[in-house]
Design a protein around this ligand. Structure first.
Ligand code: AMP
Length: 172
């Protein structure tokens, strides 16, 4: 396993009993580990034309913005309801621990834009699939997904349905 993955901290029973939360904050707090993690997220996409990285509130923002700089493209936030001004589109979805929704600004991306979806953890896959469905409603081309951590035992990859390449920097 790459060195930076040692800084991923397992927090049992957070935010609910039975969930082992993968805390990436120690990775982000360490300059070398953070750089390695962003490099691992970017690695498969370096030769792929991408217009923007779309990242999911909130930990996805911490990865998506530096990833967009590394790939020399723009960044578009997918946010919890009520946070974005102007006209928005919304997609509801089920979480490993609850229910939620994502919104995007309706004019954030031009139809046909080539977008890479980014989040910190792929668990059941509901969040990333909802993000994909949301952007597809804007006629966005999802060229792939990149997550820092895939929890393979939760089967989230099956929900992605091979729509586009899905890259995980590390898999547990
Ligand atoms: P899911 O929709 O089940 O794939 O859940 C993924 C989303 O929930 C991501 O935005 C993660 O930040 C968060 N998440 C789900 N499970 C965990 C976990 N075990 N540790 C950290 N974050 C998680």
């Amino acid at each position: 396993m790459p060195e930076w993955t040692r800084l991923i901290r397992d927090v049992p029973d957070f935010p609910k009993p039975g969930i082992v939360f993968k805390d990436i904050m120690p990775v982000l707090a360490d300059a070398a580990a953070f750089a390695s993690a962003i490099s691992a997220l970017a690695q498969p996409w370096r030769d792929t034309p991408i217009d923007a990285v779309a990242c999911i509130e909130a930990r996805g923002f911490l990865l998506g913005a530096p990833l967009a700089c590394a790939l020399a493209c723009g960044v578009v936030p997918l946010r919890k309801p009520g946070k974005l001004p102007g006209a928005t589109l919304e997609q509801r979805y089920a979480l490993e621990y609850g229910e939620d929704a994502l919104q995007v600004q309706a004019d954030a991306l031009a139809p046909g834009a080539r977008v890479l979806l980014v989040d910190d953890v792929l668990a059941t896959g509901g969040t990333l699939s909802a993000a994909r469905q949301l952007l597809e409603r804007l006629q966005i081309q999802i060229i792939g997904g990149s997550v820092l951590i895939e929890l393979g035992f939760l089967g989230g990859r099956a929900r992605w349905q091979d729509a586009a390449p899905l890259h995980a920097a590390v898999r547990f």
